[in-house]
Design a protein around this ligand. Structure first.
Ligand code: FES
Length: 105
């Protein structure tokens, strides 16, 4: 059975915003895209820069170091130099809390 971990109240991440969190020793970001929440590793697959430093535009977040952009729903880069996807995590809202499933990290 999947194990979800409560991370933060949903109200702390406004629409169009992203925030970094440390969960179980892993650095993650949670993004709010039009009221839906998405979680992914907070580490660019190019040279490890934190993606939470970048701007969220729609469902894309940019890496501030060399300009790659990733889809926060899928973790897939849509612009080079990054070519490898970033790991994403399942998210659910329970009792107004954002919960994520770390899976086999
Ligand atoms: S570290 Fe993100 S594009 Fe280079």
């Amino acid at each position: 059975m999947p194990k979800f971990i409560a991370v933060t109240p949903a109200t702390t991440i406004k629409t169009g915003r992203v925030k970094p969190f440390s969960v179980g020793g892993h650095n993650l970001l949670i993004a709010n895209v039009e009221g839906r929440y998405y979680a992914m590793e907070d580490r660019c697959s190019h040279e490890d820069s934190p993606l939470s430093l970048g701007c969220l535009k729609g469902e894309l977040i940019d890496c501030t170091l060399h300009g790659s952009r990733f889809n926060v729903k899928t973790g897939i880069p849509v612009e080079e130099p990054a070519v490898e996807p970033v790991k994403t995590f399942r998210v659910r809202i329970k009792d107004d809390m954002i919960e994520i499933e770390l899976g086999n990290l």
